[in-house]
Design a protein around this ligand. Structure first.
Ligand code: GDP
Length: 330
């Protein structure tokens, strides 16, 4: 049964996890459905690792490492050290407790569960009350073409530390994939749709590439707001600026608005960028998207909550009751 209030979020792993943490304290966690990028998934040591699903699940379960922004808080890396001594590749780091999640997922998939079913079981075992959905149950691989050749996303991001200049991005398998069960329903039934401050090209891009999802966003009755991951003409972290340029977008909040302009109502941009707004308007930045400026940098738990409230209040209407500090749910 669908909850009475339904807030559907599209998300990657890092900026998205921080944002979802705040949101789950501002509205009842069971009212949130997160549709998560799986284009970053990889097979590692024979295990199915799904970095963005993991980060969102850990964030909602209160287990996400604050220091690293991925993996489990306080985790150790004894297995990785032993694996290195045995000659296994270790450029993709997996903590000891984190390994248990990949073992559980791989076993569930091996027993015939879909990725969506496996994810639902894992988050239920974590005690998470929100719904966490992979964008698709099929395998889609984000591939980055660079001057140094084509790499999958983890090779580009983790192994090469995003040093090669990206020339373009594709999502292998996306055209043949279909949205996971629940995804289109969560977009059609939502009272608000939020795009997390995630990489527009390699986190939100793969979700939008699954046939039917972009159309569902355009057709959704709910208002849609996105939080910009770009501040001051640069990504808050990671390679989003170079990837935005490679995809033909300005590496700025206006570029984010352009990337989503066919379905977006409101862009939440950082107040530090407000000074560019008149100039952008004069330069013809007219996507029809309303821009709402506020502090979008999530350096503390209260700042995550504040950003979630700002995103909800920018959409107004039935969501206003969640926008005051007193409204925080237990
Ligand atoms: P990934 O799957 O690890 O790439 O995770 P995401 O796509 O969800 O997050 C990466 C994006 O988050 C980057 O483009 C960052 O610029 C953005 N980001 C990280 N922290 C913050 C923050 O505190 N505020 C905002 N606005 N963006 C952030």
């Amino acid at each position: 049964m669908l909850p009475e209030l339904m807030i559907t979020v599209l998300s990657g792993g890092t900026g998205g996890a921080k944002f979802v943490q705040g949101l789950s304290r501002v509205v009842p966690a069971e009212d949130i459905t997160v549709i998560v990028n799986t284009g970053d998934d990889l097979e590692w040591w024979g295990l199915h690792v799904s970095p963005d699903l993991d980060s969102i699940s850990y964030a909602l379960a209160g287990q996400l490492s604050r220091e690293r922004g991925w993996g489990v808080e306080g985790d150790s890396f004894h297995c990785a050290e032993a694996a290195a001594r045995l000659g296994l590749p270790t450029w993709f780091r997996l903590g000891d407790r984190d390994l248990a999640l990949h073992l559980a997922r791989t076993q569930l998939l091996g027993s015939g569960r879909s990725l969506g079913e496996a994810t639902a079981e894992i988050v239920a075992r974590f005690g998470v009350r929100s719904s966490v959905l992979p964008m698709t149950n099929q395998r889609v691989e984000t591939r980055v073409s660079t001057a140094a050749g084509e790499l999958n996303f983890q090779e580009y991001f983790v192994r090469e530390h995003y040093a090669p200049t990206p020339l373009g991005v594709c999502f292998a398998g996306a055209e043949q994939a279909s949205p996971a069960p629940g995804v289109l329903e969560a977009l059609a039934a939502a009272q608000a749709i939020l795009i997390a401050p995630s990489n527009p090209i390699t986190s939100i891009g793969p979700i939008l590439a699954i046939p039917g999802i972009r159309h569902a966003l355009r057709a959704a009755p709910a208002p849609i707001a996105a939080v910009s991951p770009m501040v001051g003409g640069a990504a808050v972290s990671g390679p989003a600026a170079a990837l935005m340029r490679a995809a033909g977008f300005a590496p700025s909040y206006s570029g984010v608005a352009s990337a989503y302009s066919d379905f977006l109502d409101v862009l939440i941009a950082d107040y530090r960028d407000a000074k560019w707004h008149d100039q952008n308007a004069a330069l013809g930045f007219s996507t029809g998207v309303r821009v709402h400026f506020c502090d979008t940098i999530m350096t503390s738990e209260p700042s995550k909550d504040e950003l979630a409230r700002a995103a909800l209040s920018s959409l107004g209407g039935a969501l206003d009751k969640f926008c005051s500090r007193e409204a925080v749910s237990p």
